[in-house]
Structures are given as C-alpha cells and as structure tokens.
Design a protein around this ligand. Sequence first.
Ligand code: HH2
Length: 288
Amino acid sequence: MASSSGRHIVEWPRGRLDFSSGCIVMGILNVTPDSFSDGGQFFDAERAIEHGLKMAADGAAIIDVGAESTRPGAESVPTDEQMRRAVPVIERLARKARVLISIDTYNCEVARAALDAGATMINDITALGDERMGRLAAEQQVPVVLMHMQGTPRTMQVEPKYDDVVGEVLDFLLARAKLSAKLGIPKERIFIDPGIGFGKTLEHNLEVLRNIDKFVATGYRVLVGTSRKSFIGKITGKEDPADRIFGTAATVALCVAAGVSIVRVHDVAEMADVVKIANRLRIRSQER
Ligand code: HH2
C-alpha cells in the first residue's frame, strides 16, 4: 500500500488527518470537575490549554475536548455550563496548537458553539441520538465519531445485557453510519467506536476488543477508547486510573495491530510510542 495513496488521507474544509503511518492518537482533555480519571485536573482553562498544548507536542493528532463527564452514574451538565467550560479552551487551543480539535458531546448546541470556536470534528457518544447532530456535521462538513452505548451514563453499568455483544454493537453502528450517510455525511468522514465501558461488563469489553478486527472489516475507520478504564483495573488490580497506563498500552498495541485508525487516550506521550512501534510492526507484517 503506497503511503501517499489518497485512501490514507481524510480531508475536509477545516481539517485533514493522515493515516499513512497507520493509527493516530487522540488526546483526552476533560474540562470537568468529575471525570473518572482526570476530573478536576484541567477544570481551570489555563491548565486545560497547557495540557492540550503538551498533548499536541507529545504526538496527539487530535485533542478531544469534553465538558461533561460520562463516567458511570454521571449527571448531565446544562448546555450553558458546558459551553462556558469548553468554548474558551477550544478558541485558544485552536489558535495556539497545530492540532485538530474534536468536541466530545451529544448536545447539538454545544457542538455548534465548539465548531464556531475552532473545533473541526464531533465525537458523539450517542451516535446521533439526536439527528440534528448529523445534520450539523453534514452542513458544517466535519467528521463525526459514532459511539455505541447501552443505556445512558447514569444507568449503563447497572446490568448490561446482550445475546451477542459483537453482533449487536456492530449492527447498531452500521445502522447509525447508514443514517449519517442519509443525512449527508460522506463515508470517509464517519468513524465508528464500540464504546468500551459504555453499558458493558468486563467480559463484554473483552469480547468486543477480541473482535475489533470485525469492526475494521466494515470499511469504516474505527476509533477505540480504552484508556485507563475500569475493566483494565479489574484485570490488573489497579484501583487508581493513573496506574492503568501499561494495561492501556496492551489494548492500544492490539488495537493498532487489528487496524484501528484512532486510539483515544489520556497518556499521549506513552501511547504515541506504543502506536509508533505497533504501526511499524503492522506495516512490515502486511508487506510479507
Ligand atoms: N470514553 C469516554 C468519553 N468519551 N468518546 C468516544 N468516542 N469513545 C470513548 O471510549 C469515550 C468517549 C470516557 O472517558 P473519559 O473522557 O476519560 O472520562 P469521563 O467521561 O469521565 O470524562
């Protein structure tokens, strides 16, 4: 596969992503007081911007800004408060960093304000639960991440149930991808994400990750977010999310090997190294 091939570049009026080396890194920037791993750490705008710049310097191709925690049990945050948190950070990061910014929201008004402030991608954990989000992405010609979740953040970990977790998650994502296309979003701007930890038990998460190649085989680019999540702690016995970096690295390496396009992570410097090595090993093994 020639690395200059157009298939490896996704371009839209306000952005461009280059997948010619393989997988790329999305850095997580939670401007929240209560996120499960970094809650409160970057709630202050100055610290958030500083952290965003550091993640860009460490190798993130995208910074995903979120203004509402979606950890299990989290309550929703009013629209104006989400805007108050996210917009100044996006405005200044967009001016200062040579990196793309995505907005992690399922709220159309927040997404619109973020795009106006300089974000160029929408990360929707409800996969267009509100169709207006799809229309917004189509009208503004920006990519969208469609994520699977069973239930809502408040209730999703109460008793997740599937007959066939891989099949059901895939069917859902393909249906939402079809809806996105119907609303006018071109296929190359649609990313699918199985939603690790969103209405899924440890076994569900493992089953999805063991079969992540099936998501890649759909032809849509795949994003995966395992970073520091509780299923890693359940296996390693690490209670503190900050102690789950090596556990995260194992999932990132295997995702890259399976052909995942974007990994969403907290520890950008560390995971950028993991991704670089895994990308090279993958390309070499495909050449044989
Ligand atoms: N995970 C989280 C939030 N947004 N978006 C996508 N597309 N995929 C994910 O796996 C995903 C996501 C949860 O992680 P985090 O942002 O670190 O925590 P919190 O929701 O508590 O802010």
